[in-house]
Write a protein that binds this ligand. Sequence first.
Ligand SMILES: NC(=O)c1ccc[n+]([C@@H]2O[C@H](COP(=O)([O-])OP(=O)(O)OC[C@H]3O[C@@H](n4cnc5c(N)ncnc54)[C@H](OP(=O)(O)O)[C@@H]3O)[C@@H](O)[C@H]2O)c1
Length: 317
Amino acid sequence: MEKYIANALRYENGMQYERCGRSGVLLPKVSLGFWHNFGGNDPYERSKEITRYAFDHGITHFDLANNYGPPYGSAEETLGMLMEEDFRPYRDELFISTKAGYDMWPGPYGNWGSRKYLLASLDQSLRRMHLDYVDLFYSHRFDPATPIDETLQALVDIVRAGKALYVGISRWPLEATRTAFRYLREHDVPCLIYQGKLNMLNREPQQEGILDLCRESGVGFISFSPLAQGLLTDRYLNGIPEDSRMSKGKFLRKDMLTEELIVQLRSWNAEAQAHGETLAEMALRWTLEQPGVTSVLVGASSTEQLQKNMKCLNPKI
Ligand SMILES: NC(=O)c1ccc[n+]([C@@H]2O[C@H](COP(=O)([O-])OP(=O)(O)OC[C@H]3O[C@@H](n4cnc5c(N)ncnc54)[C@H](OP(=O)(O)O)[C@@H]3O)[C@@H](O)[C@H]2O)c1
């Protein structure tokens, strides 16, 4: 591929930016996740094309985790190669996050929420991504077996050490989230953002009170899997395509696609069409409209999908 020069109009291409809670940070309303499609088993040139398209259209936020791939770590390695080849000159225009919390390496120190694991994992992530620091580091899940102060103090110390500019938490239950927001604020490292799953098929963060707590606390909220891994698109309306996540992977199981769900998806699809939009656009717009939501974190297996998804902000994109 030819040498990359970012589109001079990247901030005039229709992207909108939203303040993340009560912080100084603006995030694009559509952010790009590296969970699928950026691993060592995926075509690198395609990952590169999607990432270039994203940045050229104002998507400044890329979200990763230590174990994204497969194999584990390989999505971060892909980002490391992209930094070397394309994005080094634009480092200060990018907001890059990673996480630790799920199984990453064997033995008692490669999982959950100990200080030992979180600090070692972030050092590994920085090496794989060829970065000196990340903009945002998350505890990827709450660890009920580790004292909560140990996990939270590790986050504070990571910021003090200059390895992350901000911290966030993902998938923490409500009471632990409340404790985390208070602890981090009292230690002068306020939680920037909560990452949770909110979409038209899953409203738990609203039902459990997470979104209200984020709003009251001045913490942003970013929705992962806002398309329910592709269910909230036209992908599965007429069967299961061979190249789809449901056919290939283990995270979107075929038994999730019940008759009842298909009826619901077709009905929403008809509603979207009646308004002159796609189901994906409608689903992303719905999530962005929920009070307290800062950004939707989409995945894409092609540039075309990403382009379609950005139309939720502006049909002309
Ligand atoms: N914190 C956490 O625990 C957690 C958990 C999950 C995800 N995340 C984050 O959230 C990000 C997004 O998650 P996700 O990939 O599940 O998001 P998603 O946007 O709900 O689903 C993305 C998938 O939907 C399909 N798709 C997307 N746009 C489409 C379109 N316009 N038309 C048809 N199909 C379309 C593609 O699947 P096909 O492969 O079938 O084309 C794509 O890979 C992840 O990368 C990660 O950064 C975080």
